[in-house]
Design a protein around this ligand. Structure first.
Ligand SMILES: [Zn+2]
Length: 188
């Protein structure tokens, strides 16, 4: 056994679920089995995130309805945050709310100014069940809130209203990948 491996190098990228896929709107289940299957899932999630050049990925984005996310994300001071959380709970989301550019691997190529708190704390456990607390500010706080939303069946476009929402959904409907996704939320 190597003492430490780079996350994702033993995983394989899996197909991403896109806007309109029911896997993205169903709340995920708590993980109860801390076994090899969970370790493989997390490795595949890192591999999928890196292949798609994302900064975070929730398990339901590859169609697995479990409460797990991975991240490799900078904050506003360019500090790198790399890791995973199992059974995460957003225990704090506070500080000023900023509207900043946000995207999602499930809506590739689309970005919209989305309001998020500047500070977030998430508690959960590691792949082996060890307690973990992750604190984020700035862009990383945004990422943590975004990934927690996914596990509850939410998407960042849920936080948009009015013209911003209409623009994002219209862009999604016209996106090259839209033919593979189911049309949702037409009209509004
Ligand atoms: Zn996302």
């Amino acid at each position: 056994m190597p003492p430490r491996t780079i996350p994702g190098t033993t995983g394989r990228p899996r197909p991403l679920r896109l806007l309109g896929d029911p896997a993205l709107t169903e709340p995920c289940r708590e993980v109860t089995d801390f076994d090899d299957g969970l370790a493989r899932l997390i490795e595949d999630m890192y591999a999928t995130m890196y292949a798609a050049r994302g900064v975070g990925l929730a398990a339901n984005q590859i169609g697995v309805p479990l409460r797990v996310f991975v991240y490799d994300c900078p904050d506003d001071e360019d500090r790198r945050h790399l890791g995973h959380l199992v059974n995460p709970r957003l225990v704090e989301a506070d500080g000023p709310v900023f509207r900043g550019p946000e995207g999602c691997l499930s809506l590739p190529g689309i970005e919209a100014g989305t309001p998020r708190h500047d500070h977030a704390v998430v508690e959960g456990v590691s792949v082996t069940g060890e307690p973990r607390t992750v604190t984020g500010t700035g862009f990383f706080a945004r990422c943590l809130q975004h990934e927690c939303d996914h596990l509850d069946g939410g998407l960042y476009v849920d936080h948009l209203t009015g013209l911003r929402r209409r623009r994002a959904l219209r862009a999604a409907a016209r996106a090259p990948w839209a033919a593979r996704a189911v049309a949702v939320d037409s009209g509004r």
